[in-house]
Design a protein around this ligand. Structure first.
Ligand SMILES: *Cc1c(COP(=O)(O)O)cnc(C)c1O
Length: 375
């Protein structure tokens, strides 16, 4: 039987909540389910405001508008990330400046950020890869010293924390994803989290096509009108109803994922001892959410062969990012600072193993197959 890399998990209540949204007659955004989801995020993450969006990409775009990026402004980020981390800022004319990742967590190397700062630098975008936090104390301190914004790309980071603080609550803003490949899903979906009060009101306006409609609905203004730049980033109630079913189960989902993660980690320990693979490293100050289980092989040839051999055994394992600094668009408009050694290595050597709820039944087959292939 084929074992996929990902399989969206349904809690069983999604359709019931969608039918409630349908029956309520409120299908546009900001109805009961949107409110439940936002309140849940605000409570669980401890952010000042949580605004649902259509995607993490949309949330990052909103952050770039809120930060008033101007053409030529620079934004520091890892190259080992998804394209949206860069695109959201590129849409405003900003230049992504790529910094290498750490060898251990594969997150942006905080010790290399300062040398990438120029008079045009406006923001740092740390990406919490695999739901494991970046070194946020150091990053926030650099941002404070140079008066930069920190926008967390926490697409993979829901339910994770750094020194006890939930990811998404630390930067000035953060973006979450509920894409079906993430831990908590609504097919497509995301949220913008705001921790700096100065951004809260304008964020609602940007999300509502540049109008002050949210203030109007709350009775804070007596008519609504066009007041700022904006677009349509507010998802409808059907999406929020689906998402609510997932949020209710977030603790149980995370626990089951952590069990699967732990099984891989335990059973692949000997391969690491034999130097066949390198397993994920979780720093002591980080609690992660088992978004991903990956291993690093010694090189590109070994990785290609490994993925092919697993495929022949009906198991889908996949590599991850082609680093942005070596992509055609990244080369055309980005710049990189310093060496990209660890980034290039992750680009060549990393393989993600199947990780989804329901894998419990076949995970030992996956592990046994890997052990046979690499022993
Ligand atoms: C998934 C992901 C995104 C994009 O999320 P969407 O909701 O699909 O827009 C952005 N950044 C990272 C790091 C991601 O993993």
């Amino acid at each position: 039987m084929h074992i996929p890399f990902n399989k969206p998990y349904m809690t069983g209540k999604e359709l019931w909540y969608i039918s409630q949204a349908h029956a309520s007659g409120h299908l546009a955004g900001d109805g009961q389910f949107t409110k439940k989801c936002s309140a849940w995020l605000e409570r669980r993450i401890g952010c000042q405001r949580a605004l649902l969006t259509h995607s993490c990409t949309a949330a990052l775009e909103m952050a770039a508008i809120l930060a008033d990026f101007q053409p030529g402004d620079e934004v520091i980020m890892p190259s080992y990330t998804f394209v949206s981390t860069a695109n959201a800022f590129v849409l405003r004319g900003a230049v992504p400046v790529f910094v290498d990742i750490r060898a251990d967590t594969l997150n942006i190397d905080e010790t290399r950020i300062e040398e990438a700062i120029t008079p045009r630098t406006r923001a740092i975008v740390p990406v919490h890869y695999a739901g494991v936090s970046c070194e946020m104390d150091a990053i926030m301190e650099i941002a404070r010293r140079h008066d930069l914004l920190v926008i967390e790309d926490a697409a993979q980071g829901i339910m994770s924390s750094y020194k006890g603080r939930p990811l998404g609550s630390i930067g000035h803003m953060a973006a979450l994803s509920f894409h079906e490949t993430k831990n908590i899903i609504s097919g497509e979906g995301g949220a913008l989290l705001i921790n700096s009060p100065r951004f809260a009101e304008r964020a609602e306006i940007i999300r509502e096509k540049g109008t002050n409609r949210s203030l109007f609905f709350r009775g804070q203004v007596d008519k609504y009108t066009w007041v700022d730049t904006g677009s349509s980033y507010l998802p409808g109630e059907i999406l929020a109803a689906f998402l609510w079913a997932q949020m209710e189960e977030a603790d149980a989902i995370t626990k089951r994922r952590l069990d699967l993660w732990g099984n891989y980690h335990q059973w692949l320990a000997n391969l690491e001892k034999a130097e066949m693979v390198r397993r994920p490293i979780i720093p002591r100050e980080c609690v992660h959410n088992a978004h991903m289980y990956y291993v690093l092989l010694p090189g590109l040839a070994q990785r290609t062969a490994f993925i092919e051999q697993l495929k022949a055994k009906e198991i889908s394992a996949v590599f991850h990012y082609i680093p942005l600094h070596s992509s055609p668009r990244g080369q055309a408009i980005g710049r990189f600072s310093g060496s990209m050694l660890n980034t290039d290595k992750a680009g060549d050597c990393l393989v993600r193993l199947p990780m989804w709820l329901g894998l419990e039944e076949s995970q030992s087959d996956v592990i046994q197959t890997i052990l046979k292939l690499l022993d």
